[in-house]
Design a protein around this ligand. Structure first.
Ligand SMILES: Cc1cc2nc3c(=O)[nH]c(=O)nc-3n(C[C@H](O)[C@H](O)[C@H](O)COP(=O)(O)OP(=O)(O)OC[C@H]3O[C@@H](n4cnc5c(N)ncnc54)[C@H](O)[C@@H]3O)c2cc1C
Length: 480
């Protein structure tokens, strides 16, 4: 990506932070005929959506996100001509699977019926649960991915809310009789990084589960960074400007503009000098809560991961945990500031489906487990032990690895505060009202300063909706 110097001109909007939300905000503003520039701290844009050869030459790793069902289904990204800008989607044969004891597993296929056929007594309940979610998504998706407001289809939205509101444990126990269906749901729900007994922990299981059935869990060919490149090439063609290698520490570093839109989390916004925010608003931001962190490993491998289960070998993402009880305990321990010896592990193996990721015959994979926020614990052993249990022989295939604890993640990208990959805890107090309870959470106490990162609704994930929603608010307030 070309680095362009800002002209000494006045901009309509300056965007601080070139992650997926900052870029989405910039694109929407630029599309409305406004004049925008993005200031990005790093030499490579994309934030936690970035691809690089961090182990060995020829092995392309996604340093952060890989699997982008929310980007694929995102109302803003769907409307952009990204294929024309080189974006190609890869659809793993099986979106995700869940390991069980004795080498068994359950696959979440794109087909609801095929998935349900593995679930014995829970077959009917699974279909009854998933079908309406998938069928109603077109009507409620934009409301679910926006701030709290009056939904355009209230009854359908309410029905969705009744499924997304409870704890994963309550929902799974009330819907399903057997461990298989419960484990499959828990694996997706655990993306919330909340204890599975917490209210709202079901929300990720519901949204990610329905997305697997809606479009699969696709990812960009060549790595997640290809999405960012396509977005920025499109933005540049609209006339947008990008300034790299420029960490913003004070407002006076920025060119003159009508508004500033920050793709930062509250802790970082508070550190920007000369930013005119009221003391009341600052206090509320200081009370913002960050969630659990992750410990992440990227591997260069000598061959495909030898999962005992054929379904796991054919899946893009594998949730590793061997019973619902084990996963529940792992997530509970994290919330208590401890680390389980048998952690829930989220593993992605992109090179199985995308040959561009590794030299011929070789493979890349990554995995993380949840850890307490700010933990410096090295979880390599416990993560690799869990994988070895599901895939005996895995450790022998490791050619090279790169690990990041929560502190190292934060150095890589300061938005990952304490290793929190969702920009703040996504519990009942902060899911829709992040970073503070306000009619428009994208607005700050300063009429010209906006927030658009994953610390605003709808929260973590690559979907650009925080950016899009913030940009709509900017237009409404200043340019309509
Ligand atoms: C290991 C990991 C795995 C993940 N896996 C997935 C996945 O598979 N699918 C998925 O959907 N999501 C995943 N996520 C979450 C997803 O990546 C984030 O939710 C998403 O990137 C948030 O986008 P954002 O634009 O809000 O912030 P970010 O992507 O964090 O971007 C913020 C940007 O602001 C820049 N910045 C920070 N401070 C300054 C400053 N002072 N001045 C200028 N620039 C600054 C940063 O350098 C960064 O580029 C994962 C995240 C991680 C870390």
């Amino acid at each position: 990506m070309e680095v362009r110097k800002p002209h000494s001109k006045k901009y309509d909007a300056v965007i601080i932070g070139g992650g997926s939300n900052g870029i989405a905000a910039a694109i929407h503003l630029q599309q409305q005929g406004l004049n925008t520039v993005i200031y990005e701290k790093s030499s490579v844009p994309g934030g936690a959506t970035k691809t690089a050869e961090i182990t060995l030459p020829g092995f392309k790793h996604d340093i952060g996100s890989t699997v982008l069902p929310m980007a694929y289904s995102s109302p803003i990204f769907q409307e952009l001509p990204l294929e024309k800008y080189g974006l190609e989607w890869i659809y793993p044969e099986i979106p995700f699977s869940q390991t069980l004891e004795n080498g068994k597993s359950i696959a979440c296929y794109k087909s609801i019926e095929k998935t349900a056929a593995q679930l014995g007594k829970d077959k009917g309940s699974y279909i009854h649960f998933m079908k309406p979610l998938v069928e109603n998504w077109d009507d409620i998706g934009e409301d679910v991915l926006g701030p709290l407001g009056i939904p355009s289809h209230p009854i359908k939205f309410l029905k969705f809310g009744l499924k997304a509101f409870p704890s994963a444990k309550f929902l799974a126990n009330s819907l399903f009789k057997e461990a298989e269906a419960k484990a499959l749901f828990y694996g997706a729900a655990a993306h919330s990084t909340l204890p599975l007994t917490n209210l709202f922990s079901s929300s990720f299981g519901v949204v990610l589960g329905l997305m697997a059935h809606l479009n699969g869990w696709p990812f960009p060919k060549q790595g997640a960074g290809a999405l960012i490149e396509a977005l920025l090439d499109y933005y540049k063609d609209l006339g947008g400007e990008l300034i790299l290698n420029t960490p913003i520490r004070k407002v006076s570093q920025l060119p003159e503009s009508k508004v500033q839109v920050y793709d930062l989390t509250p802790q970082q916004l508070l550190q920007i000098q000369d930013l005119d925010l009221s003391s009341g608003y600052r206090k509320r931001l200081e009370n913002y809560k960050y969630g659990a962190g992750v410990f992440k490993i990227d591997w260069a491998l000598d061959g495909p991961i030898p999962f005992t289960s054929d379904k796991c070998r054919r899946s893009g993402t594998i949730h590793i945990g061997f019973s619902p009880e084990e996963m529940e305990k792992s997530e509970q321990l994290t919330a208590e500031g401890k680390i389980s010896e048998q952690p829930y592990v989220l593993l992605v193996q992109p090179s199985i489906f995308d040959k561009s990721r590794a030299p011929e015959g070789k493979h890349t994979a990554w995995a993380y487990c949840h850890v307490p926020n700010g933990s410096e614990e090295d979880c390599t052993r416990i993560i690799e032990n869990q994988i070895e249990k599901a895939a005996p022989g895995f450790k022998n295939l490791i050619v090279h690895k790169s690990t990041m604890n929560t502190k190292e993640l934060e150095v890589f990208n300061p938005n990952l505060v304490g290793g929190d990959i969702n920009g703040g805890r996504q519990d009942i107090t902060q899911l829709f009202t992040r970073p503070v309870a306000k009619i428009s959470p994208y607005k700050t106490s300063n009429d010209n300063v906006y927030l658009c990162s994953s610390s605003t609704p709808p929260g973590g994930g690559v979907h650009g909706m925080g950016g899009y929603n913030a940009a709509k608010q900017v237009i409404n307030d200043h340019f309509s």
